[in-house]
Design a protein around this ligand. Structure first.
Ligand code: NAD
Length: 534
């Protein structure tokens, strides 16, 4: 890990090159038993200790962030983070860049062309992004590769949406042409969590840039690198300097300064409900628009008439992929009484068979958690659940495999024996922990599913389309999947109800949420207003 001088003139490509673990590293054959655990060597990642402030790559003057590979516990990089003063520089630089580059005044296809090039660059660097993100968050390379491709798709979609956006001429009342138009907000603050960094970044940065704004991104301390890499790719793709700053650093200083800065026209936040509520207070003080994508405790409902093979695969994926560190994790599994015992037996057998290992091993299904501290927090919640009366059917412990001893691993866990009112059913765990609960009928399961402060997502497994439709309409959730789970399309809006958030991301209207609506009346009569003329 090199610590270069404060303002780099090195080629961005070179600076972030992954030297010993990247697209050209030899793949581990999926079925080669004698290579077992050969993956435990920490990849060497040539990260550069620089943040991106108003178009300049500089050594940060804030707290040093230690990046620890969750699979091994080894430190693989250091990064001097940003400080609150960088927010001033970035916001001022963003405002200047919008004015001097004429970004907002470019023809839509000209702005779209830059976004499209960023999307293409992300896709071309999928392996590099995936390797960095796996080192930072522990996720499997399959997951982090998918996130990179999703981010590329988001930039391309927003480019297309921008090219096809329309303004409205509203019905005339009197001698006026009346227009409903939209204007950029100036500089937008994007604050993101660690669990799916580049996809969360793209969901905010792409539409905000498309709308003609500058963006100051505040990535999480636990996973800052891919946002910095995204900025390098955007720079190479021709985004005018200053339009995107990336300020990794603590939320309570850098994130707070960003939200409070008078030059910030909107905050787009993804993260925990507690942080989001605090930011909503800041936004209320400033009367500033804010989008909040927050936590969840999503129900996944297995009716007795479901295809149980399909439901089982979906329930497993819904809770245990990304090691349960997903806002939409299907953490409460409701199973109709008639198939409850059979389904629980099958779920436990399948969960026990899941392969736990490092994200770099293509055989891994359940990778480590993001940090050991987070893993210990999850373990403590399971212990509390047991004290509250829960039965651990499988998991509920760290793995005993010595090869995994240094990582932040936790076995995929199935709990039963507690009512929906139990803490473990009400609080977000953000780990590989499913609680299974029985239900009697539709009315009972909708009541239980909705008995939570959250309203983010829901899964329904049934072969009766009328039941599926009724339940999907009745449940309080921003997204409902029927006979599938955790599937996304950039063209389909995403939002949370209740404590899961305010506002919507994605979809064609995603760009509009980074614009202020303005109405214009143009007089066509040429006559003085009668009141003044009398
Ligand atoms: P978090 O709320 O702790 O942090 C999120 C971001 O906010 C980080 O960048 C952090 O540094 C910053 N932050 C913290 N305090 C701040 C403050 N006072 N002012 C400004 N910024 C501040 O969340 P996390 O632990 O990083 O992420 C996990 C949470 O995110 C979970 O609750 C998960 O459900 C949620 N999440 C939601 C979605 C969604 O789309 N609804 C998606 C992913 C994650």
């Amino acid at each position: 890990m090199d610590l270069p001088s404060s303002t780099s003139t090195r080629s961005p490509q070179k600076a972030n090159e992954i030297t010993a673990f990247g697209p050209h590293a030899p793949a581990v054959p999926a079925d080669t038993a004698d290579l077992e655990h050969s993956w435990t060597a920490t990849p060497v990642l040539d990260t550069t200790d620089e943040i991106f402030v108003a178009g300049r790559w500089v050594r940060g003057s804030g707290t040093v962030i230690e990046s620890i590979d969750p699979a091994t516990g080894r430190i693989f990089a250091h990064l001097h983070g940003a400080v609150a003063h960088d927010v001033d520089l970035a916001v001022d630089g963003g405002l200047r860049a919008v004015a001097s580059s004429g970004w907002a005044e470019l023809l839509p296809h000209e702005r779209a062309a830059v976004l499209y090039r960023i999307g293409t660059a992300i896709e071309a660097n999928t392996d590099r992004i995936a390797a960095l993100q796996t080192a930072d968050t522990g996720k499997t390379l399959a997951e982090t590769g998918a996130l990179a491709r999703s981010a590329a798709g988001t930039f391309r979609f927003m480019a297309s949406a921008l090219e096809t956006m329309e303004e409205t001429i509203t019905p005339r009342r009197g001698p006026y042409l009346t227009f409903a138009t939209h204007e950029p907000m100036g500089v937008v603050g994007a604050i993101t969590p660690w669990n799916s960094p580049i996809a969360s970044d793209a969901q905010k940065i792409a539409p905000a840039l498309a709308a003609g704004n500058a963006v100051v991104a505040k990535p999480p301390v636990w996973a800052p690198w891919v946002t910095l890499l995204l900025a390098r790719l955007a720079e190479e793709a021709g985004l005018p300097p200053g339009l995107l700053s990336v300020l990794p650093g603590p939320g309570r200083t850098v994130g707070d300064a960003l939200a409070r800065h008078p030059g910030i026209g909107k905050i787009s936040f993804t993260g925990g409900t507690r942080t989001g509520r605090g930011l909503a207070h800041v936004a209320a003080e400033k009367l500033m628009p804010i989008t909040l994508e927050l936590g969840g405790k999503s129900p996944t409902i297995v009716f007795a008439d479901a295809d149980l093979d399909q439901a089982l695969a979906g329930v497993l994926f819904g809770i245990f992929s990304s090691s349960g560190q997903s806002c939409i994790a299907g953490s409460r599994v409701f199973v109709q009484r008639a198939v409850y015992s059979e389904f629980v037996d099958r779920l436990v057998a399948a969960t026990t068979a899941l392969r736990v290992g490092p994200g770099t091993d293509p055989r891994t299904q359940v990778a480590p958690m993001v940090t050991r501290a987070h893993r210990d927090g999850v373990a403590a919640m399971v212990d509390d659940a047991v004290r509250e009366g829960a039965t651990v059917l499988c998991g509920g412990a760290v793995p005993t495999d010595p090869a995994l001893a240094d990582g932040a691993y936790y076995l995929p866990t199935v709990l039963t024996g507690v009512p929906n009112s139990a803490t473990v059913c009400q609080e977000e765990i953000f780990g590989p922990v499913a609680v299974v609960l029985p239900f009697e009928d539709e009315a009972d399961v909708v009541a239980q599913a909705d008995d939570t402060v959250f309203g983010l997502a829901c899964g329904i497994w049934t072969s009766d389309y009328r039941r599926a439709w009724r339940t999907a309409r009745a449940v309080q959730a921003g997204t409902v999947w029927i006979n599938t789970y955790k599937q996304f399309s950039i063209s389909t809006p995403f939002s949370g109800l209740k404590d899961s958030g305010i506002g919507t991301e994605k979809g064609r209207d995603g760009i509009r949420s980074y614009m202020n609506q303005k109405s214009i009346y143009l007089d066509v009569s040429g006559q003085p207003l009668p009141w003044a003329g009398r």
